[in-house]
Design a protein around this ligand. Structure first.
Ligand SMILES: Nc1ncnc2c1ncn2[C@@H]1O[C@H](COP(=O)(O)OP(=O)(O)OP(=O)(O)O)[C@@H](O)[C@H]1O
Ligand SMILES: [Mg+2]
Length: 404
């Protein structure tokens, strides 16, 4: 089959106009080609990733992430969204097809995609259901996960309605709550503990300690669901604006499909942030975030769960999101290397890369000790928000005792 090229559209962060940024072709055999639109470059110079994809007329040969440049891969679905698309289209898809077929309205950041050379009018503005659509989404997730057989026409309608371009493994859907877009993460039918409740408890504690964290609410109906305000959208004069966003995976030029995680280092992400002009005060916050993941035992803070966003003309550390204490035990290692000794949780390791965060050793120690000093308040917070096995799981995950 002849795979069409994908045109990459972008809501420009300065003019707010939707333009064609470039074209992506290939995508079979793990190779792709990306080229900027000459018309765009003639008038503009803002591009999402000027370090790996500098402005120019060259054809970029892409061999990582199955031929998709990282800054585009960031706005494509992972396992959950892929599963829905495959159920809908009933076939294996090349990454470029996946990009074309995934919806534009809920993609993270400011990119969209399509097969037309110029952005079709209204692209990305397709309606997003209100919170009232939540129970239908939960039903759909159940049907898909349990491989329940239902009327094919109804299945198709549900799949089309609840497709998502968002990353991550868990079922999720973007919904509209008044002027805000929220990410709905319902309790998974396979969860042994109430993950949305635990995530909510953890994120609200982070906010209470002054860490910039995505705002969450918990709907504790028959199926508990976490609603997370999307920080990559803002409504201005009645129109949704898309805020550019890049994952740490992209900053590290790492490959999501590879099992080689040697590039997954907090210090490496901090270096890349600095290279892109992220202010030093955000690097300090990034260090605090790293210490916080250790405190709560979130061993899933991987390279797609850390990001930067474009705010007021510069790249900034994004609010913290997807902070979930390990439901099994207090982890001994984290998803990304904390320091010179890799992923292992230890005081020496957490302090060892302090310079990459623009900190001297004494300041790094003070920040680490400040975060570890929150433990008793964290326990009180969990006691107020969680009960039974959920409470026990969150408390068991606390990993500060490993930092000796
Ligand atoms: N508040 C937010 N605003 C904008 N984008 C977000 C927000 N929260 C998450 N995202 C984006 O959506 C993706 C999926 O969300 P999230 O990480 O919470 O889901 P998950 O399924 O729990 O992920 P994982 O597979 O890492 O456990 C993130 O990787 C990020 O790109
Ligand atoms: Mg995630």
């Amino acid at each position: 089959m002849n795979i069409p090229a994908a045109y990459i559209y972008m809501q420009h962060p300065i003019t707010a106009e939707t333009v064609t940024l470039g074209r992506l072709s290939g995508g079979r055999n793990g190779r792709g080609e990306f080229v900027y639109s000459p018309a765009y470059l003639a008038q503009n110079d803002w591009v999402p990733d000027p370090i790996r994809y500098p402005v120019g007329d060259q054809v970029f040969q892409v061999t990582t992430n199955n031929g998709i440049p990282g800054f585009i891969r960031d706005c494509m679905p992972d396992s959950w969204g892929e599963q829905l698309l495959k159920s809908l289209h009933g076939q294996a898809m090349s990454p470029v097809e996946m990009l074309i077929r995934s919806p534009n309205n809920d993609r993270i950041g400011n990119l969209m995609a399509g097969i037309a050379r110029v952005p079709p009018p209204g692209v990305g503005g397709e309606q997003i259901p209100s919170l009232q659509g939540l129970s239908e989404f939960i039903d759909t997730a159940d049907i898909i996960q349990s491989r329940q057989l239902i009327d094919p026409d109804r299945q198709k309608i549900l799949l089309v309605r609840h497709r998502s371009s968002l990353g991550g493994a868990r079922p999720k859907r973007t919904l509209r709550d008044g002027n805000t877009l929220v990410l709905a993460k319902a309790r998974d039918r396979f969860d042994i503990v109430d993950i949305p409740a635990i995530e909510h408890a953890c994120m609200t504690f982070a906010t209470s300690k002054g860490i910039d964290t995505a705002r969450t609410r918990l709907i504790a109906d028959e199926r508990s669901t976490l609603l997370v305000d999307r920080f990559d959208r803002v409504e201005i004069d009645g129109r949704m604006h898309r805020i550019p966003m890049l994952s740490a995976l992209t900053l590290l030029d790492a490959d999501w499909s590879s099992t080689d995680h040697s590039r997954w280092r907090y210090a490496g992400v901090a270096d890349e942030m600095r290279r892109r002009g992220v202010p030093l005060k955000d690097l300090e916050q990034f260090y605090i975030q790293m210490c916080f993941h250790v405190l709560v035992g979130n061993d899933d803070a991987h390279a797609k769960n850390l990001a930067i966003i474009w705010r007021d003309g510069t790249w900034r550390l994004s609010p913290m999101y997807d902070v979930v204490p390990s439901p099994l035990e207090s982890p001994a290692t984290m998803a990304m290397a904390l320091g010179k000794e890799g992923k292992r949780i230890s005081r020496r390791n957490i302090l060892s890369h302090h310079q990459h965060f623009g900190l001297d050793l004494l300041s790094a120690e003070a920040l680490l000790d400040k975060v570890l000093g929150w433990e008793s308040e964290l326990r009180e917070h969990y006691a107020r928000h969680l009960t039974g096995e959920d409470h026990a799981a969150a408390v068991n995950a606390i990993s500060s005792s490993r930092v000796i």
